[in-house]
Design a protein around this ligand. Sequence first.
Ligand SMILES: [Zn+2]
Length: 268
Amino acid sequence: MFDSHCHLDFLANSPVNLDAAVAAYRERCDYHSAQHDHSSSMLLIPGVAPEQWPIAAALAARLNCCYSVGLHPWWLDVAPKKRQSQMLAFRHWLDEHSQDKLCRAVGECGLDGTRKIALSEQLPVLEQQLLAAQESRLAVVLHCVKAHAQLQSQLKSLSVPWVIHGFYGSLQLAEQYLSLSTQSYLGIGTMLLRSGNNKLERVVQDIPLSRLVLETDEPRAVKGELNIPWYKAQWAVAQRVADLKQCPITDVIKQSNCNAELLFARLI
Ligand SMILES: [Zn+2]
């Protein structure tokens, strides 16, 4: 099963010490194989800041999976001068690596209305990343908290595929996003496993499977917030989606894999 958003790089210490991340990945592959899912090797590791990109890239090369590069809003709470150097590093990385066949997207980037840094300061950083994605013909992995109207106005003119990762809003919000582009997806993750999440359950029931991708997000967060280990998390999410849609889990796996492959296909 394709994990469309997994910060496996957070388990590695450096680009040359990937052992803990590789061990976690193997554990996940073994678990999926035991469930007769032999498509578990694919995942996208979203790079969130310049110091993480080399780790994400090294890990993707070691595991033969894909990665992306972006500036996540949580990593923008720095002095304006440092932010400028982050943007320069981003442009430089894309110039150097946009032909790397494992580099499949820009992101994780987006807007977060709960951070100290104002949205007005986050917006130009996002705009530049969207522009770069457009020029490089790469998909975009988006993070959005309490800034949906502002993000939607940015996405209207984007002609590359994109995903709202970790979606947990209402059905109306889901429909608004998906109406902006036929190449847009919602990333459904472990939020679905929390009890009483009626809004998200409704989204999963009503939005066609062809617009959903599955994810686990961060291994450490899964371990901390849910009573299941990360390597079992995506299977549990897929099972919940299958229950809500009243279809076999094999259909969920097949379709969501196909969507993630389309989303992260190289466009040039
Ligand atoms: Zn993330």
